[in-house]
Design a protein around this ligand. Sequence first.
Ligand SMILES: C[S@@+](CC[C@H](N)C(=O)[O-])C[C@H]1O[C@@H](n2cnc3c(N)ncnc32)[C@H](O)[C@@H]1O
Length: 303
Amino acid sequence: MLTSRPSIFAAFILLLVGFATNAANAQDKKAQATIKLLIPELPTKTFLKVDGKDFDVAATKDGDRMFITPQLEPGTTTKYKIEAKIVPNNYTEIFRIRNVVVKAGEELTVDLTKKDGKIKDDVRVRWVPTPESVVRDMCELAKIGKEDIVMDPGCGDAIMIITAVRDYKAMKGKGTDIDQDRVKESQKSVEMAGLKDKITIKEGNALKLTAEDLGDVTVLMLYMGNELNSRLRPLIWEHMKPGSRIVSHRFIMDDWKPDKTIKVTHEDEFEESVEEFTLHVWSVTGKEKMGIYPKIDPETIDE
Ligand SMILES: C[S@@+](CC[C@H](N)C(=O)[O-])C[C@H]1O[C@@H](n2cnc3c(N)ncnc32)[C@H](O)[C@@H]1O
């Protein structure tokens, strides 16, 4: 037994050397890399691009997509830009980017199902106007009056700001929209309402609002979808002053519990129908960004 130990040891060393040599040889060779792209489950649709080119391959049985790189040089790294357009419903598009670095022979997973803190998602929603009677209900709910500066960050045709300034005597109104046509339409509506001295409209992305845009706003009026509202929430908490309010047509802001949620109805004369609308109002205390705010389970609120 004693005499066999050195030979077992030698064989073990030889084996290790063999593994190391194979590994070194493998590292010397060109090889493909595999990037597994995890995407949201259907019915959410996801459209992918890799380095600017459409990437439309069949899913694996788990519903994921495999991107196999060309043969990569050993010992170097290669960067890929993965872009996903995620469409969770017929009015929202989420644009998500991930930059990935791979080596020859490597396998890695990129999770496109969740937002992350590094590269922020961009979100667009399509234009669906709020009926004027519902805008009035929103003004009442937020108690808009002559001391208020109101803003709609996705103003459409400016119905919310015009109604707040013209009928509820808000001191000033500000509107932005990402769509140039909506901006022009809003500017025209403001001019026709004779409110050019009180309301300003400009082109802009709601997710890029700064302290300059939001710092003086006392009432933010929203009809922008849960996805956009949830990404607006940190900007609201960062820049809006205590005592300011947010009033939203239909959509909530993650788990931030509204002060009040009401249902209102609107009679559509053309369609001869009565529709029900849900409205929410929140007030900013200034403690939200420290995590101190009333919370709801989002599942318990109807969309
Ligand atoms: C559902 S409509 C609401 C329009 C208006 N607020 C109303 O209630 O009648 C959403 C509007 O937001 C604009 N929009 C979409 N994504 C945006 C974004 N990221 N930043 C700014 N505006 C955006 C759209 O062009 C559209 O006019």
